[in-house]
Ligand binder design. Structure first.
Ligand code: AMP
Length: 362
């Protein structure tokens, strides 16, 4: 049983690690962060840190000796790192969730084997595989590297008439999957939490809009039918149960039209707190970061109820220069990540706006 005063180890020192650490502090827990980047935003708000590579065994052993439980803020933690730590200290979520979500082929196969719809997909390890997959699945389709793809990196859309060899070159001839192109109406996600004993709680379904492959806005609740929302949360619950998951996670889904009703297609599982759940910091009773801490500590899950319609806007690159304008908006909550340099495409902060706020209210 983790008690206030215990130490949570966090792999990764970006904004997600930072916001987990802030929630730990709120709950009287200490944090120790391991990250190779000396400028990590999470270091600024933690009790201690280790600046070392994720495969540095001496550093990992030190983190394990300080921590009562270890968690992570990104899914590309090397599996060997999670296993090394798990031999010494509880790691939540466990290595199984990492193994499934690090590899798009394993992930899609896992979801399909649960009887949940995905886009049609096929493994691609050579140009011949790609030619066969394109013939089987049809074009347009999306070629995605199996590993290390994020924010649209490591993927290319192939349209009828495109040169398949050139597409395979574009992704560096890496092991990949070809996915059928989904003509979706909306992209949504479910952010949810599961405890070791199976207790489960999901937030309202969130609608996500991307710009240049990076999340731009998330709006909750999503504009989907009550039945679609129920099924999306049910899908998240089944995935979490099958992974024996502990902590907060997100499932990204496409909503496609099916006659007059809606159809859900799972795109991705993120075994961590998620950008599309940032609205919960100001728009839900319990934020996803507090919820993650509660789940990995074995504490009761908090209430996921939404406080009203809410929109999260990501501040990318020099969007952050408008910080004074956001502060002047009475409906807005500004969150900045303490990053020094506002490079193009870099997530610098976000703003949550409560859309139903009554300006006359007290
Ligand atoms: P991913 O890296 O898999 O999350 O994909 C990034 C974005 O590319 C998604 O949020 C979608 O907007 C788009 N995308 C990915 N896969 C597909 C697909 N099979 N069909 C249509 N759009 C896709």
């Amino acid at each position: 049983m983790i008690k206030p005063g215990a130490t949570i180890g966090i792999l990764g020192g970006g904004q997600l690690g930072r916001m987990i650490a802030l929630s730990c502090a709120q709950l009287g827990l200490k944090t120790h962060i391991l990250c190779p980047d000396a400028d990590s935003p999470a270091f600024q708000v933690s009790d201690g840190h280790i600046c070392a590579a994720y495969d540095d065994e001496a550093a990992l052993a030190e983190l394990a000796s300080i921590s009562d439980v270890v968690t992570y803020e990104f899914e590309n933690v090397p599996l060997a790192t999670a296993q090394f730590l798990q031999a010494r200290v509880p790691v939540r979520p466990g290595p199984r969730a990492l193994a499934v979500s690090q590899d798009r082929l394993a992930e899609k196969t896992f979801v399909r084997d649960l009887g949940i719809e995905t886009a049609p997909f096929a493994p691609v390890d050579s140009l011949d595989d790609l030619i066969a997959a394109a013939a089987a699945i049809g074009l347009p389709a999306v070629l995605k590297t199996r590993r290390f793809g994020y924010d649209g990196k490591g993927q290319v859309t192939i349209r009828p008439g495109d040169d398949l060899a050139a597409a395979f070159e574009t992704i560096g001839r890496q092991s990949a999957i070809l996915e059928g192109f989904v003509s979706f109406r909306r992209e949504v996600s479910v952010v949810a939490a599961r405890r070791e004993d199976g207790a489960f709680a999901a937030y309202d379904v969130t609608e996500n809009v991307h710009r240049n492959h990076i999340l731009h806005t998330s709006t909750a609740p999503a504009n989907v039918t009550a039945e679609t929302a129920r099924s999306a949360r049910g899908i998240a619950c089944r995935i979490a149960g099958a992974l024996e998951y502990v902590g907060v996670f997100a499932v990204e889904l496409f909503v496609a039209d099916q006659g007059l009703s809606e159809r859900l297609i799972v795109n991705e599982i993120a075994p961590r707190v998620h950008n599309s759940g940032h609205w919960t910091m100001d728009g839900a009773v319990t934020s996803q970061f507090e919820q993650h801490v509660r789940a990995i500590a074995g504490w009761p899950l908090g209430d996921t109820a939404c406080l009203g319609r809410v929109e999260m806007l990501n501040l990318i690159g020099d969007d952050v220069d408008d910080w004074q304008r956001f502060l002047a908006d009475p409906a807005a909550h500004l969150h900045l990540y303490g990053k020094q340099e506002a490079r193009a495409g870099r997530k610098m902060g976000h703003v949550n706006r409560l859309l139903d706020r009554d300006p006359e209210g007290c």
